[in-house]
Ligand binder design. Structure first.
Ligand code: SF4
Ligand code: SF4
Length: 431
């Protein structure tokens, strides 16, 4: 014990908590300083502040338990039907990454290193209070993470199919039944046809507001910046879907009013950029911020904590409990363009569609160091983009700020390249 009365370990935890909070606070400030923040974005930014700056627990009602998940392919409706709250635990913390770096292999991805760092230091109520952590067995990093986390937490490894054939789907449905039994045991609540139907309907309201938001986001002149949009969708990880939908409804109404009144972010034709690749999780938003700070416009993201997969509703044809379970399995896997599936041509189709819908002029391909599954798909995507004449740049990065200047230079050059490719009349509009 030191003179301060705190042990070395306690002082280290305090230092860690302070540093993590300062970093999150800095990124939140940059987010709020980016021009054009809608007033109704405040509750979303507040939840990011509560969790990452102030280290608070998620707001729980009715003594709900929280069940952590590490992937959008874990159906949150099952957790809601069991009377619990789903929270997404994939981490973007630079400070936690720094701790986790010493505990994991050099080539593990930063997302997993950051989660390991949080486990080690144990200062986040979000992690500590989870009654169960659901880890999908997708890539090697997640598989090993499940074993690592189980040293301290109650962990369930959910098998996610590697393909989307019928037999894979049937196996996934069987796995979801096993997961259902575990959720029932942990929460003490039975998942019935009625509770599951209600959870699907509640999630449907969330999805409706999200798809309304995505429609608004496609409008030109621009109504909302992509970095703000990405962070707003990130905040859904720490709210009940119904609560998020209420705030989103208010935001959508404000944005529709902005559009009616011609209150745009800017009338200038900024280069419209799409970001795709490894997950982007607050506070790791250095690339989206740089895109917009350097004069680009982040028009869309094809990432799993952003637009991907969350807006697809569950469609039920067979109105039985088994029918609901199959519908959940179909929604979780069929539209998901995650590269952990062995064959993933649909990501190419999805990207082409997004490029058309959002009038994209350039693509930034984000690779977290060690994230092989995303890196593997880069060549196919580069080739496809070459065929349709869309410039692309691959940015490999880690959870630290050492490469920010290098990223800035590359992003600035990429934005200039897009401007040069514009027809002369469009270029004049910008000046
Ligand atoms: S990248 Fe794929 S496996 Fe990882 S969390 Fe996202 S959807 Fe799940
Ligand atoms: S998909 Fe990539 S970022 Fe996600 S856990 Fe696996 S290696 Fe890490």
């Amino acid at each position: 014990m030191e003179k301060s009365g705190l042990s070395r370990e306690q002082r280290q935890k305090e230092r860690f908590a302070r540093k993590a909070s300062q970093t999150a606070s800095k990124y939140l400030r940059r987010l709020e300083e980016l021009p054009g923040v809608p007033e109704s974005a405040a509750p979303f930014f507040q939840i990011l502040k509560d969790i990452y700056v102030d280290g608070k627990e998620v707001a729980l009602s009715n003594n709900r338990k929280t069940i952590g998940t590490y992937c959008v392919m874990v159906p949150q409706e099952l957790i809601l039907a069991a009377g619990a709250m789903p929270v997404k635990l994939c981490s973007g913390s630079y400070t936690a990454f720094f701790i986790g770096d010493d505990l994991t292999p050099r080539d593990a991805c930063p997302l997993v290193k950051a989660v390991a760092g949080y486990q080690e230091i144990g200062i986040m109520p979000l992690y500590n209070n989870c009654s169960l952590m659901t880890v999908p067995i997708t890539c090697d990093c997640k598989k090993k993470l499940a074993g690592y986390l189980s040293k301290k937490y109650n962990v369930y490894s959910l098998q996610i199919p590697v393909a989307r054939e019928d037999e894979d789907l049937e196996q996934y449905v069987r796995d979801l039944y096993q997961y259902t039994a575990v959720l029932e045991e942990i929460t003490g609540n039975r998942i019935s046809y009625d509770s599951l139907s209600l959870a699907i309907a509640q999630t449907g309201v969330f999805q409706f507001e999200l798809s309304r938001f995505l429609q608004i986001k496609k409008q030109t002149p621009y109504i909302i910046r992509g970095t703000h949009a990405l962070s707003i969708v990130n905040a859904a990880a720490y709210m009940m879907p119904g609560q998020w939908a209420v705030h989103m409804n208010r935001l959508n109404t404000e944005l529709e009013k902005r559009a009616e009144e011609g209150n745009y972010i800017t009338k200038r034709q900024l280069p419209r950029i799409l970001i795709t690749g490894s997950p982007l999780i607050f506070p790791n938003i250095k690339i989206p911020l740089l895109i917009e700070e350097m004069g680009g416009f982040l028009a869309a993201d094809e990432t799993c904590m952003g637009e991907r997969g969350q807006s697809d509703p569950v469609v039920t044809v067979d109105q039985s409990f088994h029918g609901l379970m199959r519908s959940l399995a179909i929604r979780a896997t069929k539209p998901c363009s995650c590269p952990t599936f062995s064959k993933n041509e649909q990501r190419l189709f999805r990207l082409k569609q997004m490029i058309k819908d959002y009038q994209i002029e350039g693509v930034i391909y984000h690779v977290l160091r060690g994230c092989l599954v995303y890196d593997f798909e880069y060549l196919a995507i580069e080739e496809m983009l070459g065929e349709i004449g869309i410039p692309v740049i691959r940015l490999e990065t880690d959870y630290n700020e050492e490469d920010v200047e290098q990223l800035r230079v590359r992003i600035e050059a990429f934005i200039e390249l897009i401007k040069l490719k514009k027809p002369p009349e469009k270029r004049r509009e910008r000046t």
